[in-house]
Design a protein around this ligand. Sequence first.
Ligand SMILES: CC(C)(COP(=O)(O)OP(=O)(O)OC[C@H]1O[C@@H](n2cnc3c(N)ncnc32)[C@H](O)[C@@H]1OP(=O)(O)O)[C@@H](O)C(=O)NCCC(=O)NCCS
Length: 423
Amino acid sequence: MEALKGVRILDMTHVQAGPTCSQLLAWMGADVIKFENPAGDATRGQLRDVPKADSLYFTMLNCNKRSITVNMKNEEGKQVFIDLLKKCDIIMENFGPGVLDRFGFTWEKIHEINPKIVMGSIKGFGSTGPYAEFKAYENVAQAMGGAMSTTGVPDGPPFVTGAQIGDSGTGLHLAIGLLAALRQAERTGQGQYVEVAMMDGVMNLCRVKFRDHQRLTRGDMPEYSVPTYKDMGDVPRAGNDSGGGQLGNAIHCKPHGANDWLYIVVQEAVWDALARRIGPEIHIPDLATDARFATIGERRKNQQLMWTLINKFAENYTKRELMAILNPLDVPCGPIMSTQDLATDEHVRGRDMWVELDHPQRGKWWNVGMPIKLSASPAVIKRSPTLGEHTDEILQEVLGYPKDRISALRGSGAFSLPPKKAA
Ligand SMILES: CC(C)(COP(=O)(O)OP(=O)(O)OC[C@H]1O[C@@H](n2cnc3c(N)ncnc32)[C@H](O)[C@@H]1OP(=O)(O)O)[C@@H](O)C(=O)NCCC(=O)NCCS
């Protein structure tokens, strides 16, 4: 049995941040009803690779959900929403500030309609404070949550990370909050409002940078390869420095292409074995006893030279060959994997992290799999729904509406957008 079997979610989320969360909950067995604007989640049509088909942007974030379209600007549509609220355990949304309130559904009103329902909201900056009224996308959150100022090379511009920490990261935070609130609602019969601001989520993921921010009030940070000093204020961008207690960096390997790099952590315990292995080949046979690298303190001080020597050794090896040399020495390391590397990787396939699916509009396609593995309820991944695919099914099965009522509602425009007026 799926872990969340019996949990029904009214999912009003769109784009990436919210759908990431509801897709995970669907993969854990929740019945996720994607409640869509009749125009559809905007991502259905964004970055299309197959004409007239739902885009990968949409299909990769909306698996295992059912889709119903309802016009919330139509009174009958609003009644369908109210009826669904009464049948669901969770409602979630990530509209811009005030959208749900403008429909007439504040949290207080929703709580009144169904006191046990848990409500999840993602906002760029939350519902309080000077930024509350602003909209946000991924990179805005990365900029404002501390990620961009600490990412990149020291003398270059700030950089966004490829991992979608603002959107998908916030979706993960929301999933945790919803499950906790659901547990409480089961005990007390009372739902609650769960809010996650993207800026807060990014700050949480940048926690170690705020560790360093405070360390700078007491002294320098010798593990950084760039100069730091007491009271310098901003935590600097540190390139590929490890950012932890152990030294680490990306090493360029043969044939020196864009992704021919191996990330190596020179853990304190492995220095001796590493130095013995690489020393002779770079013509420093006594590297293991070289005073410049004898202690972690010395290696921190002389880390640029240490990286230069390791890079010199790596010139003769591919990233996989270097990995094969270092693994037996217990040196933590990993090749920089391109998307192509990952899509064809045996380990990834074996863990169901690259999953082939079929779709009526687009044919065969691939999704990244479920990263959370539950031993008693493994995820079974099913394709995303087409727009409104389950409208009738949900109205009949969940709400018990008879067919003639559904026809009358359809005629009243409850499930569609009003025709555009001629200019
Ligand atoms: C992502 C974001 C910037 C997109 O902005 P946007 O495209 O202007 O969309 P909004 O959410 O502000 O507004 C949605 C619109 O669709 C309308 N709509 C949504 N569902 C509807 C429905 N079922 N029926 C009728 N209208 C509907 C809303 O009424 C609103 O229109 P309005 O402003 O005329 O009232 C914004 O939603 C946002 O800031 N969200 C919170 C932060 C977030 O999650 N960002 C990351 C997204 S990955």
